[in-house]
Design a protein around this ligand. Structure first.
Ligand SMILES: NC(=O)c1ccc[n+]([C@@H]2O[C@H](COP(=O)([O-])OP(=O)(O)OC[C@H]3O[C@@H](n4cnc5c(N)ncnc54)[C@H](OP(=O)(O)O)[C@@H]3O)[C@@H](O)[C@H]2O)c1
Length: 277
């Protein structure tokens, strides 16, 4: 049994479907089982679980041989935060996985670091460190920004900040393929796999590409950096927007031939076209 925390999310849904299509039994952990309705045909079980609650997590995992964590607390319902979900919730999953002898596949971010200005990146790093020190069999999948999420955020052609910083975007479907591999290939235990897309794009370039794909010509508008800085003390999203506008967010996929790189590498334009149909 594979337990997938975050199985209702953008990535988790694809992972669950891929695992189920291989005939594997999947249990989805969610705070609200109604959010897993779209998975009713392919999952064995849906279990109510808030990863912030240790006892809740302990009762949700028995029978699992692998635990996948595709949760995050950057945004979303339920007053979540990177500290409570990505750091402490993942720690709960690690401890509970260890108690039943399960392995764990942890979703993290390219650039996760103790010293990152982004709290999400620091919380992911803390989760990685906890997992690596736990004695649990682990694989960490670090991904760059999911381009389908940004297409949704940029339904209107609005860019946060200058929009001139190159950022690596990846198709979420490509990340799901790597997570499937991380779950099913025990040879990948003890590995950190970094997954990026084929292209670094600025937000200005992404906005223009989205306009072209959507057949629109409205002017791209900007939320000025000064306004972001003014609200940053009160809004995590504004702090992240400043970081994405200024930090090195580029990524070059490792050179060929490593078996890990033999994976789908969907062109950003193709991913965006598929997302908009
Ligand atoms: N989006 C990106 O650009 C990106 C980039 C790199 C890495 N990642 C990582 O990839 C993973 C999936 O991201 P996504 O964008 O696909 O996520 P998403 O669609 O926003 O979904 C978030 C998931 O987290 C779950 N979750 C949040 N708080 C929870 C809690 N307290 N207890 C249990 N579950 C909780 C939600 O489950 P319920 O609401 O059903 O409880 C939901 O399934 C995350 O680990 C994320 O950090 C994302």
């Amino acid at each position: 049994m594979i337990a997938v925390a975050g199985g209702t999310g953008r990535l988790g849904t694809l992972v669950v479907k891929r695992l189920a299509a291989r005939g594997l039994e999947v249990r989805v952990l969610t705070r609200d089982p109604d959010r897993a309705c779209h998975l009713s045909g392919c999952v064995a079980e849906v279990v109510s679980c808030d990863v912030r609650d240790r006892a809740n997590v302990e009762s949700a995992l028995p029978g699992a041989t692998i635990v996948v964590s595709a949760v995050h607390g950057f945004a979303g319902p339920g007053r979540v935060s990177p500290e409570s979900v990505d750091r402490d919730g993942n720690a709960n999953l690690v401890e509970a996985a260890g108690a039943i002898g399960a392995d764990m596949v942890l979703l993290s971010v390219v650039g996760a670091s103790e010293s990152s200005p982004m709290e999400l990146y620091r919380a992911k790093y803390a989760a990685e460190q906890h997992l690596r020190a736990s004695g649990v069999g682990w694989t960490i999948v670090r991904a760059t920004a999911f381009v389908e999420l940004w297409a949704e955020i940029m339904k209107k052609p609005v860019v946060f900040g200058r929009g001139e910083n190159p950022i690596n975007f990846v198709s979420v479907g490509d990340v799901a393929a790597v997570v499937e591999r991380a779950v099913t290939d025990a040879g990948l235990r003890g590995r950190v796999i970094e997954v990026g897309g084929p292209q670094n794009l600025t937000f200005n370039e992404l906005a223009v590409l989205l306009q072209r794909i959507r057949g629109r010509s409205a002017r791209v508008r900007h939320v000025p950096p000064g306004l972001l800085r003014a609200v940053a003390p009160f809004a995590r999203q504004a702090r992240a927007a400043i970081a994405m506008d200024t930090l090195d967010m580029s990524f070059d996929a490792p050179a060929a031939d490593d078996a890990l790189t033999q994976r789908p590498m969907t062109a950003i334009e193709v991913a965006l076209s598929q997302a908009s149909t």
